[in-house]
Design a binder for this molecule. Structure first.
Ligand code: ZN
Length: 386
């Protein structure tokens, strides 16, 4: 269809780097993501589903289900044929997109996006159902190996065992494995913690598999192929969340009336602060993970971690309105800059929504390079030997 006469121009067009083609087409908002650039699709607008690989000279939109080289990109964005794309790149005519084709594509892309959202929503509902099933099957944790596990880590509860911590003696470690789908990698004793959303509903469970032979130690997870670690050499995690954790927290103590909340990421960290007995009236809730405590952060060009909350993230966690003082515990063993930025983002979000004009949020850092629970365990050991 191109004819021999086009050969020279075709070569010329193919020689134009695809990022330059993208710039000429006015494609904006692309961000570097590894070897590729990602951003909103110029045709369907789908976020983070459109990507360009400059090294390979290819683009792809997973929603539009379209992709190819620079010439293909012109056809894709301008809804034109090959010859017109060639004219556009090396040349002559001013090519305007065909409105009928654009409209048809848009409708198709919107339908695909709608389908994707529905599938996502169904998966989320299924995950929440699973989480509640696990929760209802579990026994109270008091007097079980879950209590022993925490006690061996220096964590106990001065005002009574939290009803949010339960135990299952032989709980399957369900996880995806390539070629097999989601399967039980292994089974074992597991602490089950309730992730409750702002309304107090359980939408997630946090699971910690531990080792009965070695008190206070997490279980060694063995993959279906017998491996103990992932490709990067990192041990398979012994903790896993099932359900929808967004906006949830693990409530180790009731809210109380002090207006003070102390929150660490994990049950062990938050529980360590609680067992220290420093602020006995405060509410001690575990935030599950840093990302959940921070919510989505604003992307500021040129800054890796802005530390500013993206207030459009409506489902992000924030403390109940009665809280006027929020303390985040920073563990020293993770990436300090990223961690701090995330905690600041969460505190800023809390301050923004707080009805208290004198709301205060701050970060309590564990000693450098240490995790609060490690410090706690050392203290407990020293006290025991003194
Ligand atoms: Zn698209």
């Amino acid at each position: 269809m191109t004819g021999l006469a086009d050969d020279g121009r075709r070569h010329e067009a193919k020689a134009i780097p695809i990022m330059e083609v993208a710039a000429r087409l006015g494609i904006e908002g692309l961000r570097r993501a590894g070897l590729e650039f990602e951003g909103p699709c110029p045709v369907c607008g789908g976020r983070d589903r459109f990507s360009i690989n400059p090294n390979r000279g290819l683009f792809n939109c997973r929603i539009c289900d379209d992709g190819g080289d620079g010439l293909k990109l012109v056809q894709f964005v301008l809804a034109c044929d090959f010859v017109k794309a060639l004219d556009y790149l090396v040349g002559k005519a001013d090519v305007a997109p065909d409105p009928a084709v654009v409209a048809r594509r848009k409708a198709k892309a919107e339908a695909a996006e709608r389908q994707r959202r529905e599938a996502e929503e169904a998966a989320r509902a299924r995950a929440i159902r699973d989480a509640r099933e696990i929760w209802h099957a579990a026994l109270t944790g008091e007097g079980t190996p879950a209590e022993e596990y925490l006690a061996a880590r220096g964590v106990w509860f001065p005002n009574g065992w939290p009803p949010t911590l339960r135990f299952l003696p032989d709980h399957p470690y369900m996880k995806f494995w390539p070629g097999r789908g989601t399967v039980a990698w292994m089974r074992g004793p597991c602490m089950i913690a309730a992730g409750q959303n702002a309304q107090g509903r359980i939408t997630a469970v946090h699971q910690t598999w531990f080792d009965l032979e070695r008190p206070g130690r997490k279980a060694q997870i063995i993959a279906p192929d017998g491996s103990l670690s992932d490709a990067k050499g990192k041990a398979w995690p012994a903790k896993m969340v099932r359900g929808s954790k967004k906006g949830c927290a693990i409530r180790l103590t009731p809210l109380g009336t002090s207006g003070v909340m102390i929150m660490g990421e994990g049950i062990e960290t938050t529980g360590s602060a609680l067992a220290e007995g420093i602020r006995p009236a405060a509410a001690f809730w575990a935030g599950i993970d840093l990302g959940n405590m921070s919510g989505r952060m604003l992307k500021v060009p040129g800054i890796r971690w802005s530390g500013q909350p993206d207030l459009e993230d409506a489902d992000a966690w924030r403390p109940p309105e009665c809280i006027s003082q929020l303390v985040f515990i920073q563990d020293g063993d993770s990436h300090p800059k990223a961690t701090r930025a995330k905690l600041l983002s969460g505190l800023e979000r809390a301050a923004h929504y707080s009805p208290h004009p004198d709301f205060k949020g701050w970060i309590a850092a564990a000693a450098e390079g240490a995790d609060l629970n490690d410090m706690r365990m050392k203290e407990v050991k020293n006290a025991g030997t003194a």
